[in-house]
Design a protein around this ligand. Structure first.
Ligand SMILES: NC(=O)c1ccc[n+]([C@@H]2O[C@H](COP(=O)([O-])OP(=O)(O)OC[C@H]3O[C@@H](n4cnc5c(N)ncnc54)[C@H](OP(=O)(O)O)[C@@H]3O)[C@@H](O)[C@H]2O)c1
Length: 312
């Protein structure tokens, strides 16, 4: 689910490459067609919020990967996509007899105390995790094997993160930046996809589902947002790599900027809720295992980002 998106394209390609038969539900085959992840996979037009249709689609599947999420919206929209849909998914997985579920959440989500997170996005992500952990724990052994991955910000050729910073600096004379000192631990999209794949393989030798596992999916380096903006400029050679002057916005001005961006058509580059998310660091807590648990050595950012930012 959510396989037509940025992370989904890599997940589908890796799964397909390893011989999995992959079915990707989408709200619109017509729109997803252009982003068709891998030739030979099945796109299925489906309203995943329709629990009966979802359950029917899951019958006969070995595993489900849930990548459906929104980054912007109202409280009700976040609850609809990150909580209600996950409740339906949890029930459908059990009734359809699906044995494995990999759920991609986000760093900063807190399944134990979801409401302690600073933003609607993170609170709803934590609530969704809590739903799944409860569903996976009602029987012993669990009805399905649950892996939750919590990535920090994800980079890759199609990201809407470094690419946006690079493109903005190609046009703006300076970079007015909210949350300049917020810290991130960017992770490569292919490492997240590998983590999904390896999560699905972790019980290959087991006869019963293992206990739920939550992993923090982060890269090897921590950057402030300001450093990431400057790195995007350097790697895409804006002003011979010097980039634009970064003007760190105080909180009140960042909120004015977010208001204006939310009023403009299209997805805002930075919403009020994104600002709220940055009140906590977007880095591994260290309290949970990371990608190395799955045998993945997370890639450093610059060599990979240089290849796609420099090519544009
Ligand atoms: N990208 C990042 O930096 C980042 C960082 C941390 C965590 N994550 C998490 O990683 C996962 C994948 O993220 P992504 O960047 O790949 O997201 P994405 O590109 O926005 O893709 C999300 C997919 O979800 C589906 N979707 C969106 N809204 C929906 C709705 N209302 N109802 C049903 N389906 C809907 C869409 O599929 P259709 O349009 O085909 O239906 C879309 O392809 C998400 O859980 C996200 O929170 C991402």
């Amino acid at each position: 689910m959510g396989g037509t998106g940025f992370v989904g394209a890599s997940v589908c390609a890796q799964l397909f490459g390893q011989g999995w038969q992959v079915t990707v539900p989408t709200r619109s085959c017509a729109k997803a067609g252009t982003a068709a992840p891998v030739a030979g996979m099945t796109l299925l037009e489906l309203d995943v919020h329709d629990e009966t249709a979802l359950r029917q689609a899951l019958v006969g599947q070995d595993a489900v990967v849930n990548l459906v999420a929104i980054l912007h919206g109202t409280q009700d929209q976040f609850a609809h996509v990150h909580v209600s849909l996950v409740e339906k998914l949890a029930r459908a997985v059990v009734v359809a007899g699906v044995k494995q579920l990999v759920h991609v959440s986000a760093i900063g989500a807190n399944a134990q105390q979801p409401l302690s997170a600073p933003s609607m996005y993170l609170r709803s992500k934590g609530q969704g995790e809590a739903v799944l952990l409860r569903a996976a724990s009602v029987s012993e052994p669990p009805a399905f094997e649950l892996t939750i991955l919590r990535p920090s910000v994800i980079f890759g050729a199609q990201d809407k993160f470094l690419n946006v910073f690079a493109n903005l600096q190609k046009t703006l004379p300076f970079m007015p930046l909210a949350g300049a000192d917020a810290r991130f631990q960017p992770v490569w999209v292919e490492d997240v996809a590998s983590a999904v794949l390896r999560s699905l393989m972790r019980s290959e030798s087991a006869t019963v589902a293992r206990a739920p596992l939550i992993l923090e999916a982060c890269g090897p380096e921590v950057f402030t947002l300001r450093e990431l903006v400057q790195l995007a400029a350097r790697l895409s050679d804006v002003r011979s790599g010097r980039g634009r002057p970064v003007i760190a916005l105080p909180n009140w001005l960042a909120r004015v900027q977010a208001t204006l961006m939310e009023l403009a058509p299209g997805e805002p580059v930075m919403s009020h809720d994104n600002l709220d998310s940055m009140q906590c660091d977007n880095v591994a807590s260290g309290a949970l295992s990371g990608l190395d648990y799955l045998g993945i050595k997370a890639a450093a950012l610059a060599p990979i980002a240089a290849a796609y930012l420099g090519a544009k």
